[in-house]
Design a protein around this ligand. Sequence first.
Ligand code: NAD
Ligand code: UDP
Length: 310
Amino acid sequence: MRILITGGAGFLGSHLCERLLNEGHDVLCMDNFFTGRKANIAHLLPNPNFELFRHDVIDPFKAEVDRIYNLACPASPPHYQYNAIKTIKTSVMGAINVLGLAKRTRARVFQASTSEVYGDPEVHPQPETYWGHVNPIGIRSCYDEGKRVAETLFFDYHRQNGVDIRVVRIFNTYGPRMLPDDGRVVSNFIVQALRGQNITIYGDGSQTRSFCYVDDLIEGFVRLMETPGITGPINIGNPGEFTMLQLAEQVLKKIGGPSKITFHPLPSDDPKQRRPDITLAKTHLGWEPKVPLEEGLDRTIAYFKTVVAV
Ligand code: NAD
Ligand code: UDP
């Protein structure tokens, strides 16, 4: 098949490009390189089945394709808050553009949504039926509400125009090719420990997240895309839940060195807890995560050792 991946030069996108090329597909990687890097996909450039387009998803894109994975959007809070208006435009206009392309080409189209649609959840763990608890005017809203509108657009194009959609709600994912200065917690803690800098916990470290290793997530993406008769939304994530203090301690134990744990103000609207209910993914996709945090951290630390000057 010919497959378009928007945001294909980013962390998740580059792993997806690699996976789909290995399966023998033609991959069109589109990216504006806001948080993506050529280094993430440089090894794919010699592959004749790989094409790279510098393009912004807020502008229409013409191509004849069979599948579209829409991943274009900065995912780390410092990056998506850097230009909040651009973040909303990316989610909303990006969704309209990929849906328009899917409608014309009759391609199946996949939206990378997020656990952030649940906001600061009052239901725990979060099933797909939970409508969420999102502040519409806060500093995270450009991302959360942008992704919620994108989901709405996907379902309206599906109902109104019969577009074949897949919507995944991704929970915190980590692994090789995260940017060292990405700002997300796993990369921050690992890079800080490798550099012997203090570990920065925001708040008292009692907030929780559930961390999924990238290979598990990509397997879930492909299963969802290729399973007939299912639209989602469907949670993909690892239900193993950890406090940020536990994460910091694990990273320090693995890397050692002089780093100390330090506490800093909690950003506003920071969700207190998050854990996916993955019953739907298990039932409909036969999917569940295979890589525990212990092992995923080892692989991620090994990667950062190769890219971070210590
Ligand atoms: P990332 O920042 O590494 O990748 C995003 C990619 O999109 C980058 O290559 C960036 O340059 C590109 N991009 C951003 N704005 C664009 C635009 N306007 N036009 C074209 N390209 C643009 O982040 P990621 O972790 O790989 O996330 C990929 C997708 O998955 C995002 O949509 C994100 O919201 C979603 N997601 C990720 C996680 C996670 O934990 N990694 C969790 C929930 C949702
Ligand atoms: N966090 C932290 N120290 C950091 C970066 C993040 O304690 O250096 C916290 C952050 O406040 C949040 C959690 O770790 O409670 C996860 O943050 P991340 O940005 O990775 O993901 P998100 O908040 O979008 O789930």
